[in-house]
Write a protein that binds this ligand. Sequence first.
Ligand code: ATP
Length: 199
Amino acid sequence: MRLKSFSTYGFKSFADKTELTFDKGITAVVGPNGSGKSNISDAIRWVLGEQSAKYLRGSKMEDVIFSGSGKRRALGVAEVTVDFDNSDRTLPLDFEQVSLTRRIFRSGESEYAINKKSCRLKDIIDLMADTGLGKGSMSIIGQNKIDEVLNSRPEDRRSLFEEAAGIAKYRLRKKDAVRKLDDTANNLTRINDIRSEVD
Ligand code: ATP
């Protein structure tokens, strides 16, 4: 699966419709400070389902909508679409190309679509889970995250490596299994108590 293109309208500094295509290999985006480079990764994170305004460097979700400039009025809607080459069928959909769209209005109302068909946020999150691009994955690392890694305690840094290596989910499953074992042990003790009362 490969990110092929990105287009947006009204997202943060992108007041005009903007389209980027990503060829095979490495793409570098360069530009002066404050020109909107990080807004591209914010937009990709957003369309993939990010729900935290803080991680998008805002205080509320409407902050992602173009808020106006000296010459332009604020917009009422922001929209982002990303297209993935799915010829290897990494995404469990029988399409060569999969596009994801997210739209937000100033009223706070949100819309999501997969291949232009309206869907729920959950559908996008479920679709991206286990692709390495899903919620909480390490595929998009912001500048603040790098500071966080450098300044974090060794045990917190270890959890980041575990997340990146895909081990974190097994730790969660282990925790779940240990809890179920504890519940079962408690149930057994209770049954033994009842049995000895009956005997
Ligand atoms: P640096 O190189 O310093 O990290 P950058 O190129 O990554 O900068 P961004 O952080 O992506 O820049 O963009 C910051 C710009 O986006 C600022 O000029 C800011 O005013 C603008 N911006 C952010 N949110 C909005 C919004 N909702 N409406 C209009 N402009 C916005």
